[in-house]
Design a protein around this ligand. Structure first.
Ligand SMILES: Cc1cc2nc3c(=O)[nH]c(=O)nc-3n(C[C@H](O)[C@H](O)[C@H](O)COP(=O)(O)O)c2cc1C
Length: 186
């Protein structure tokens, strides 16, 4: 499965790092061909919020307006893309078909090729503009999956909180995961 992970400049970079850690784990790496695309503000936020960067993970990293990346074309569209975290600026661009950088172009390709796009928006509160844009994406079949951790599994660490969101993303990617206890499970 070809997956592109996009990181934009919203707060919530630890969610992205955790997802990347999982997708490159021994359990999943044989099934996943992973690429990473960074927006121009992503690394500023990663540096503030994470102890680790993303360049040392051994994943091919693309950025800026590098439209030479394979997934910039519908002829080489990935099976799925996850934008995590997704800024309101990137969400607005996606909702309006504005492909002015590789991250938004890649997502535009995934939408037009009717592949799976999962967007993990992070902002609070949401304005009517933000909500309207997210509704437009949902109507296009995009999975809008806010960075809203759950507490019913009684997470005891930030890592476990992150997993309540990342686990659900894996569910929507169709990847096996046992990060959190499932509701009703013994
Ligand atoms: C530390 C930091 C945190 C930010 N957090 C958010 C956020 O949670 N949500 C958001 O929409 N924008 C946030 N921003 C603003 C975006 O980075 C900014 O709007 C940027 O233009 C987004 O562009 P991009 O989507 O291409 O990364 C943050 C910026 C910084 C520096």
């Amino acid at each position: 499965m070809k997956i592109v992970v996009g990181i934009s400049g919203a707060s919530g970079a630890p969610y992205a790092l955790r997802l990347l850690e999982l997708l490159t784990s021994d359990a999943l790496k044989k099934d996943v061909q992973l690429s990473l695309v960074l927006s121009s503000t992503a690394e500023q936020v990663i540096a503030l919020e994470c102890k680790q960067g993303v360049r040392e993970l051994g994943i091919p990293v693309f950025e800026g307006r590098d439209y030479g990346a394979p997934f910039a074309s519908g002829s080489s569209a990935p099976d799925a893309m996850v934008i995590i975290p997704a800024s309101m600026s990137s969400v607005a661009k996606l909702a309006h078909g504005i492909s002015d950088n590789l991250l938004t172009r890649a997502a535009d390709v995934v939408i037009k090729e009717k592949k799976r796009l999962i967007v993990v928006p992070r902002e609070t509160p949401y304005s009517e503009i933000h909500l309207t844009n997210m509704l437009a994406l949902a109507r296009l079949g995009v999975v809008v999956m806010p960075a809203s951790p759950s507490f019913y599994g009684q997470p005891e660490s930030i890592g476990q909180l992150l997993d309540t969101v990342v686990g659900r993303i894996c569910d929507h990617l169709g990847l096996p995961q046992q990060l959190t206890r499932r509701w009703g499970a013994k």
